[in-house]
Design a protein around this ligand. Structure first.
Ligand code: BJW
Ligand code: ZN
Length: 262
């Protein structure tokens, strides 16, 4: 049901373990385009044309052009008040020995990690980093060997010959993201589902809830006897499962929901 912030706050305060699942909507107010919806990325590119291994095999230049453009655009974006509220809250709960928080994101923009590092302070060895289900725009991997690396450099997609190549074996590099039809990293998936199973509350923020296995995480929490809170301006398939739904943007709602009272 649609609820006000105090009811959801109370549910969170009483939960020993919380899973937060985020999607593209949490970064919308940072200027990162979402996938679906009015201004979504997929109004111009159909997913099956661009976010699949088949698309990359067919036209790696087109796919790298799209990822190069997104890397440049997202690289200019900063975490918003919603990312900061989540990072501060997770850190606070860790520091005070309070209920555990696991942040699982479908996003590939790195903004939760940036906010976690800022919240922990420069040089802190152990910021509470998110579990990234779908990889990162700013990491690459080789299409042939085991080479992986961080990479924020601009992409030259003028021709197939200019595309990024592996320094170890010379094969084509690809963005280290998870495309449709590809398996998620088994270790990452295991951590996410373990957190969903033990969570007393799963808070789902800014996702259309259409892409699996991510969208199955709140179902796992429900099956284990926990509750779901949804934060989203629009209804989704998760809305009907949620104990409380907060309607609005996450950059406004998360700071209200998660700020400490003192
Ligand atoms: C705001 C807001 C504001 C706006 N504040 N909110 C079960 C059933 C059916 C199908 C499947 C199934 N299990 C698997 C499948 C197949 C497929 C799938 O899910 N298909 C469905 C779409 C039908 N899944 C897969 O293929 C996955 N792989 C897999 O299952 O492998 C199995 C396997 C096993 C063994 C061997 C081989 C295979 C992989 C899925 C990978 C998804 N990848 C992408 C691209 C990542 C790289 C990239 O970025 O380019 O991930 S697709 C895209 O969708 C991206 C996102 O992470 C993901 C989810 O999107 P998200 O975050 O929900 O964004 P939007 O745009 O959809 O929604 C934004 C929301 O924000 C909206 O609700 C707005 O209202 C809201 N919002 N402003 C808060 N200010
Ligand atoms: Zn290689």
């Amino acid at each position: 049901m649609t609820a006000s912030v105090p009811e959801a706050r109370e549910l969170l305060a009483g939960a020993r373990s919380v899973l937060v699942l985020t999607g593209a909507g949490v970064s919308a107010e940072s200027g990162v385009p979402t996938f679906r919806g009015r201004d979504g990325l997929w109004r111009t590119h159909r997913p099956e044309e661009i976010a699949t291994p088949e698309a990359f095999a067919r036209d790696p230049r087109l796919v790298w052009e799209w990822y190069g453009w997104r890397r440049e655009r997202v690289g200019r974006c900063r975490p918003n008040a919603g990312h900061h509220a989540l990072a501060g809250w997770a850190l606070e709960r860790g520091v005070t020995g309070g209920p555990g928080v696991t942040l699982v994101t479908q996003n590939v923009d790195g903004l939760h990690e940036a906010a976690a590092r800022e919240a922990a302070g420069v040089g802190d060895p152990a910021p509470a980093l998110p579990v990234e289900l779908h990889g990162s725009l700013f990491r690459i991997r080789c299409t042939r060997c085991a080479h992986r690396a961080s990479d924020r450099s601009p992409v030259d997609a003028a021709s197939e010959a200019s595309l990024p190549r592996c320094p170890a074996c010379g094969a084509l590099l690809r963005p280290n993201v998870v495309w449709f039809g590809e398996a998620l990293d088994p270790g990452v998936l295991e951590r996410a589902f373990a957190a969903a199973d033990r969570a007393e509350v799963c808070m789902v923020v800014g996702t259309s809830g259409l892409v699996h296995p991510a969208a199955s995480l709140p179902l796992a929490t429900l099956r284990a006897g926990g509750s779901v809170i949804e934060v989203n301006p629009d209804p989704t398939p998760i809305t009907g499962l949620a104990r409380y739904t907060l309607r609005g943007g996450s950059a406004t709602l998360l700071p209200e929901l998660l700020a400490s009272r003192s």
